[in-house]
Design a protein. Sequence first.
Length: 429
Amino acid sequence: MLAAMPSPLPRPAVPPASPVPPARAAGARGDACPGALRLHPADDGGLARVRVPGGVLDAERWEVLGALALRHGDGDLHLTSRGNVQLRGLAPDSGEALGLALAEAGLLPSPAHERVRNIVASPLSGLDGGGARPVRDWLGALDAALCGSARAAALSGRFLFALDDGRGDMTALKADVTVRALPGDEAVVSLGGERFTVAAGHAPLAALRAAEVFLDAAARVPAGTRVWRVSELPDGSGLADAVRRRLAEEGVPARGAAVREPLPESAPPAPGPYPGALAVHVPLGRLSPTAWRELTHAGTELRLTPWRGVVVVGPAGDAAARLAAAGLVTAPGSPWPRVGACVGRPGCARARADVRADAARALPAVAASPLPLYWSACERRCGRPAEPHADVVAGPDGGYLLSVPGRAPRPVDAADPVRLAAAIAAPTP
């Protein structure tokens, strides 16, 4: 069973709601990104998004999340593309009890920062011998620095930090601030296409200062302009130099010109066994009560991944068989890791289709496709991956439009996997 950790917050009061970032930073409409203390109204009830930095959870906190889903929601745990957990189907009056329970479990170390603790990390770091150095110490230090910075509370709920142990699995996620380990006890910090290097021990501080420099730049854009992420700045140049100057004022040396050459990337872990771990994929990111209960007993620690998967650390001998029986993918060869979907009907008011059901019916098309598929119930394409993929988007007429990089959208029949696969594989005109 996963090793439990004591809760650091004894019987706290119900924490206040997170602050909304200033309008000049978040846009005139404000940042409506869901949190644990700001429930989002959906057609299937309230939605709470609990940030889990690095996706790391122990038994106590994992079981708290599952119990809250059963008590207040639909009973399932929903994984996001940032390794966080969503509870859906929440009753309108469940917010106070939910906030108190999360705080008691240590899942809300700073209520003012609960929506900005968006940190992904190489899930196999420190387990399989890959990468240049483990990133676990970076993860704890960056989370603590974020929660200790009053300035950082103004970040939007969409701003993303990525900690890469050097293998390149985080690079494709296009985070706002990426810290990547280098040989020789150094780290490269990337933001807005620019980067600089610092000593590995200074990497968490450099990541925090990079976020604060972004907030300064966002505050200078014209009023009413939406700037939640680095890529939305009208002119992102000069950010790295500004961070280096700020670090120098604190006695932290940083070197390297602001360059834009891409760093090498690597694929995420495929389902299956690894040294000291078992990688598991969760189809469409939805864990039934049976599945999340089996995960509780699967190993010594869970690491949720940005690809709607789970790395089980120190897996029990029968973990793979038990998790597979619960509907999870525990071995390579399944098409499920190459298909994703938004929540669709009946959970979203804007949805035009039950995209999850259609994605499951069309699963054979994924096996024949050169690209992964992402199904969206409307043009917003919520949750779509940053990596190259084929978009299957529900249209207003009840059909779907297929968009493949380099080609104009075309109508497709989602009920015919053979024709769908052929449309995806068609050569670019």
